[in-house]
Design a protein around this ligand. Structure first.
Ligand SMILES: NC(=O)c1ccc[n+]([C@@H]2O[C@H](COP(=O)([O-])OP(=O)(O)OC[C@H]3O[C@@H](n4cnc5c(N)ncnc54)[C@H](O)[C@@H]3O)[C@@H](O)[C@H]2O)c1
Ligand SMILES: O=P(O)(O)OC[C@H](O)CO
Length: 331
């Protein structure tokens, strides 16, 4: 059976694209915006000009700022930044419709706790079935109806099947998996390597450097995912390699473009002050390093990115350090 009604929490670029996916998949979709004025503007203009310009939203897509009404759905898709997820759970808990699954569409790790979002949900929304939707999917390309393959993961195979059938349509092809841990780790950590690749490109270090960062980044994130209980094949699939390659290859990525600007010498604080959109890698980098330390996993590239972002490290010194590490077998 497919889902009749789906709500998407977060009217940024991804939430708006997801609401379009659900509508195209044949669901009745509700898009929830926190700010009533944004909900009213989107509803009136049929366009989310601030986050997804030039995309016309169909009349059947409902837009609301009423949180309780939005939660009254067959499935709830969370598409706000990861650092706001715990607050969302706490607000949603008394209103949750019994039996409705939560689909995690944000890609990040909580900075303070180092927890993945499904681990936060287990604490803050106990008893709610959780899935993750991830993979290589720029919101603007999805919204334009360009061909896209995504991953949907949950321990409950029946839930995965239901979500895949409900959200798939001509241009959107989901693949299913039971590996929630690996899918979440891959989606969150690729943003850190996208910043690394942006730094390299912005500083003129070249395409060889970028390919090395992608490949060795994949080795690092795979080690972390396996140590956390994820599966190797997830890291070689859409949520892993697929999203890493996409995000590290295009300045359409907010993480990569932030890295490019930093690589060209612009301070992080200036870049963030001038942006409305989120670059999850900035807050996820310290959480990744904390998790890696806790699990005894070596992640030298992620550690360099974290020092450049938050520890006053210079790009030149970090690049030199990475190249000067002891020679080793490729693994
Ligand atoms: N944009 C994409 O192509 C894309 C694709 C896949 C996954 N994602 C993930 O989706 C998540 C949302 O990204 P996005 O691109 O829609 O964001 P965005 O940059 O387009 O918009 C920012 C979002 O943050 C929300 N926000 C700002 N302050 C907030 C607060 N205090 N509390 C709650 N929400 C707040 C805004 O309402 C808005 O929804 C991120 O985790 C991102 O990694 C994005
Ligand atoms: O723009 P980014 O860097 O947040 O990346 C967007 C998506 O995660 C790509 O799959």
């Amino acid at each position: 059976m497919t889902l009749a009604q789906v709500s998407v929490i977060g009217a940024g670029a991804w939430g708006t694209a997801l609401a379009l996916i659900a509508t195209r998949g044949g669901c009745r979709a509700f898009l929830h915006a926190r700010r009533p004025e944004l909900a009213a503007t989107i509803a009136a203009t049929r366009c989310n000009a601030a986050y997804l310009p030039d995309i016309e939203l169909p009349a059947e897509l409902a837009v609301t700022a009423d949180f309780a009404a939005a939660l009254d759905a067959d499935a709830v898709l969370y598409a706000q930044p990861a650092q706001h997820f715990r607050a969302f759970c706490q607000k949603a808990r008394p209103l949750w419709r019994i039996g409705a699954p939560l689909v995690l569409c944000a890609k990040g790790i909580e900075q303070e706790s180092g927890l993945l979002l499904h681990e936060i949900a287990a604490e803050a929304l106990p008893g709610v079935a959780v899935a993750a939707l991830s993979g290589p999917s720029f919101a603007i390309d999805v919204a334009r109806g360009l061909p896209t393959a995504i991953a949907i993961a949950a321990p409950d195979g029946a839930l995965v099947e239901r979500l895949m059938r409900s959200l798939s349509h001509g241009a959107l092809r989901p693949y299913g998996s039971e590996d929630l841990v690996g899918t979440e780790v891959a989606g969150a950590v690729k943003n850190v390597y996208a910043i690394a690749c942006g730094l390299a490109i912005g500083a003129g270090l070249g395409d060889n450097a970028r390919a090395a960062l992608i490949t060795r980044g994949l080795a690092e994130v795979t080690r972390l995912a396996l140590a956390k209980g994820g599966r190797q094949e997830t890291l070689m699939g859409l949520a892993g390699l697929g999203d890493l390659v996409l995000t590290c290859s295009s300045p359409k990525s907010r993480n990569m473009s932030l890295g490019i600007e930093m690589g060209q010498g612009r301070p992080l604080a200036d870049i963030l002050a001038g942006r409305r959109s989120v670059a999850e890698g900035v807050t996820t980098a310290p959480a990744v390093l904390a998790l890696a330390r806790q699990l005894g996993v070596e992640m030298p590239i992620a550690a360099s990115v974290e020092r450049i972002l938050h520890g006053g490290g210079s790009l030149a010194a970090e690049a030199e350090n990475l190249l000067a590490r002891p020679l080793k077998r490729e693994s």
